[in-house]
Design a protein around this ligand. Structure first.
Ligand code: ACO
Length: 339
């Protein structure tokens, strides 16, 4: 009868979207705090007590964000037994794209041979991976796509001023990837939250990176091609925004902090993670921390941490996992899922 036929998507209720595989890639070069002591006026003791960072990875010259992301993607595809031609969509979260266009996602599509996949970048700084995961969930839950690859990849060493001790000690390079599919067992992603506050955009930014301040000699003299951060301000906003986003997601999922088997937070500062754990009424044993080894890898932090937690046996089927991030924009996001 005319008018009664349902569109195929309406005929199917939303389905779960689960992480079915994870992967990561870290550059070989390890840069220690002792080496930074020779570059700027800092100490291993200052860096460790203020941030928790001991060392970080630095990509090789000629090794770009798309190279790191492609290797992380291949690792996830290998783990999941998923072939390149099965991937419908590639989402890359990065604030250190190889180029503004073509997108890093397009470059990765070519590098991994996923010829069938649509591809685009997401830019939400350190929150980018969770923004990407939430977007991926919509495509899978609404039956539009079967297999979505979400990558967080960064070459932050390319935008750090190696003469500025306030920032150069904090960041590292790396990439993590996850594959999202519907899975018969479990609930997958349970709830999420995203937010932004553009009024605070100046406290964490890369001023000369687009059309507003094109590169010129004057820009280079002023160092505007490097990441600028008002650390104390960012710290205060990070603690508040991560906690309130996490609380919203927990409430939407009908969970309490104590129901979470593992919190996988953005790794910007150990003290931020400790405060978050206190506010969520959980403890550090239930938080995954790898900031000591890698520093802040922005959008790559959470997928790398998730992959390591999974490999170390810290995630069992049915566990509730809470991921929460905060970054430039300002942006924040959180996702609760059943592993
Ligand atoms: N070594 C030695 N001394 C240092 C260093 C260093 N590497 N860096 C700063 N200092 C000095 C400062 O100059 C200052 O000296 P002064 O008191 O003589 O002026 C002193 O240490 C204290 O500096 P603060 O900035 O007040 O130190 P704080 O305890 O706030 O720690 C830090 C700084 C680590 C940056 C912290 O504020 C922080 O982690 N902020 C959050 C960063 C973050 O979350 N970023 C996330 C997003 S990143 C993204 O989106 C790409």
């Amino acid at each position: 009868m005319p008018g009664t036929r349902k569109h195929p998507r309406q005929a199917h209720p939303r389905r779960n979207a689960s992480i079915v595989a994870t992967g990561m890639y870290l550059p070989e070069r390890v840069l220690t705090n002792a080496e930074l002591e020779k570059l700027v006026d800092t100490t291993d003791e200052w860096i460790q007590t203020r941030t928790g960072i001991k060392e970080r990875r630095i990509a090789a010259e000629g090794e770009f964000t798309s190279d790191l992301g492609a290797k992380a993607a291949l690792d996830a595809m290998h783990e999941g037994g998923i072939f390149a031609d099965e991937i419908d969509l590639i989402i890359v979260a990065t604030c250190t794209a190889d180029t503004i266009f073509p997108s890093t996602a397009c470059r990765i599509q070519q590098k991994i041979g996923a010829k069938k996949a649509a591809a685009f970048d997401i830019q939400a700084a350190c929150s980018g991976f969770l923004y990407g995961l939430i977007v991926a969930e919509q495509f899978v839950a609404s039956h539009v796509y079967e297999t979505v690859l979400v990558i967080g990849a960064e070459k932050l060493s390319s935008i750090v001023n190696w003469k500025d001790r306030n920032t150069c000690v904090l960041f590292g390079d790396g990439a993590g990837a996850v594959i999202i599919r519907n899975r018969a067992e479990g609930h997958g992603i349970l709830a999420s939250d995203m937010g932004a506050d553009g009024s605070q955009s100046d406290i964490l930014s890369l001023p000369s990176s687009g059309c507003a301040i094109p590169v010129s000699e004057a820009v280079i003299q002023e160092g505007l091609q490097y990441l600028q951060m008002s650390g104390k301000e960012v710290y205060k906003h990070a603690v508040t925004a991560m906690n309130s986003s996490a609380e919203k997601t927990l409430a939407r999922a009908g969970l309490k902090g104590s129901d979470i088997a593992l919190v996988v937070p953005h790794q910007a500062n150990l003290r931020i993670i400790e405060t978050l754990a206190q506010k969520l009424k959980t403890d550090m044993d239930h938080c995954y921390v790898n900031i000591g080894r890698y520093g802040n890898m922005s959008a790559a932090c959470i997928p790398v941490a998730l992959h390591e937690a999974s490999k170390e046996g810290r995630l069992k089927a049915g566990d509730n996992v809470l991921m929460v991030a905060f970054g430039g924009g300002l942006t924040w996001a959180s996702v609760a899922l059943e592993w």
